[in-house]
Design a protein around this ligand. Structure first.
Ligand code: B12
Ligand code: SF4
Length: 359
């Protein structure tokens, strides 16, 4: 690739950007993959154990913070973003305000993004190959030790906000990130500047205080972590704060002023099977076969049936006390795993305490 002139590399970058648009990517940028500033933040985050049970975050940290250790010989990182906000879905506030419904994070209402975006990145790489011949590359979407947000920030796609998501002044933060690591010495973009200013809305809105240190997240408190990544029992003190969120959490993004006019995502991310506003009791009654059927091709599948029931038991424990809910909880105890049973017992206790206080 060293044979390409500066002029040719400029043209090639413009051409790649155009192909990225044709593949429906909503943002594109290039950086040199230097993560010298991000690496210490990752190290101190891990040292504080803020990654909780996500042991994968503590592995291969050298590869995560030095892209050329993950893919030797690469010089650049092409970052892309892909909008997902499902505008046609029931508005988040309607679901969050109704404790009988289950709230599922906006990114998880439709198809799983990993394979979809990876395929598009592969198509982008194929077009580059057609133009310049074989070149070295690897495509990533949340799939390997990659620091996607700092790379995208360096490539000018947006800045890392106080809620620790990457956001863009005009498009907010409802998008996924993906990368092509490459040996093409493309011209780089400048980093995006920060526009959070004195705003603290995400910090104030976080139900559990996970963002109390701006720009840093204590994942162990984050509801997205507790309901998606955490494998064991959810700490009891945090259960009442989870409310009706059964998979992920969007509170910090929902209040962000830059998300006021969210760009609509691709149809693939539209809500399936009424997951945007399903009754908790209906979801709790799914059999394992139902779970497999309704979550096929969805990011929820990875959670597994047991943790799905665990999360629903917590949300039902936070729901208004009534006989139907209590009966459903009692019935589910039959044959329940230790993990699920423990959360159901907690939920029943919540209901009984509430019913007794009404007497
Ligand atoms: C681990 C992880 C999580 C963890 C931890 C979240 C986090 N903020 O890191 C949990 C399970 C909580 C999580 C939740 C979510 N996630 Co997630 N997650 C990841 C993952 C795999 C790694 C992120 C990482 O490296 N974290 C480690 C910490 C150290 O990194 P960091 O926050 O980026 O730290 C930087 C800054 O905060 C800052 N910083 C850190 N400390 C300090 C200190 C000071 C003083 C300062 C000034 C700055 C500073 O510098 C750091 C380095 O640049 C990425 C995919 C990937 N491979 O990158 C997806 C990813 C970040 N997740 C994503 C999504 C969509 C989510 C959720 C929105 C899902 C949901 N709705 O439930 C939530 C958002 C919660 C939130 N507020 O962050 C998207 C985000 C897209 C975007 N627009 O930013 C990603 C990029 C996946 C993707 N390919 O699209 N996630
Ligand atoms: S809510 Fe405010 S502080 Fe938080 S990311 Fe958005 S602009 Fe930044």
């Amino acid at each position: 690739m060293s044979t390409l002139s500066v002029e040719h590399l400029n043209d090639l970058k413009n051409q790649i950007h155009q192909w990225a648009r044709e593949l429906n990517f909503d943002g594109f940028g290039v950086c040199d993959g230097n993560l010298e500033q991000a690496a210490p933040a990752l190290a101190s985050w891990l040292a504080r154990d803020w990654h909780g049970e996500m042991s994968f975050m503590a592995r291969h940290t050298d590869k995560r913070s030095q892209p050329d250790r993950l893919v030797p010989g690469i010089h650049r990182v092409i970052s892309v973003r892909f909008n997902y906000f499902p505008s046609q879905a029931t508005p988040p506030s309607d679901v969050l305000q109704d404790p009988t419904l289950g709230y599922i994070a906006r990114y998880a209402l439709g198809r799983d993004y990993h394979r979809l975006i990876r395929r598009k990145l592969q198509q982008l790489a194929d077009r580059i190959t057609e133009s310049v011949g074989p070149f070295r590359y690897r495509a990533f979407v949340d799939s390997a030790p990659v620091m996607e947000k700092p790379l995208a920030q360096a490539a000018g796609i947006g800045w890392i906000g106080k809620h620790t998501n990457l956001l863009n002044q005009h498009q907010g933060s409802w998008f996924f990130l993906g990368e092509l690591y490459t040996d093409l010495p493309l011209p780089v973009d400048g980093p995006a500047s920060n526009h959070c200013g004195s705003c603290t809305q995400c910090i104030d809105a976080c139900p559990t205080g996970a963002l109390d240190h701006p720009y840093q997240i204590d994942a162990r408190l984050c509801i997205a972590y507790l309901t998606i990544e955490h494998k064991s029992a959810i700490p009891e003190s945090l259960r009442p704060l989870i409310g009706n969120r059964v998979f992920g959490c969007d509170d910090c993004q929902l209040v962000c002023p830059h998300n006021r006019e969210a760009a609509t995502g691709a149809m693939d991310f539209s809500a399936r099977h009424n997951l945007d506003a399903s009754a908790l009791l209906d979801l709790f009654q799914w059999s394992e076969n139902d779970f497999d059927y309704y979550t096929q091709g969805s990011p929820i599948r990875r959670l597994g049936y047991q943790r799905w029931l665990r999360n629903l038991a917590v949300a039902l424990g936070n729901a208004p006390a009534d006989r139907r809910t209590l009966e459903a909880l009692q019935k589910r105890r039959i044959g329940a795993s230790e993990l699920v049973n423990e959360h159901i017992v907690w939920a029943i206790d919540q209901h009984e305490a509430r019913l007794n206080s009404q007497i």
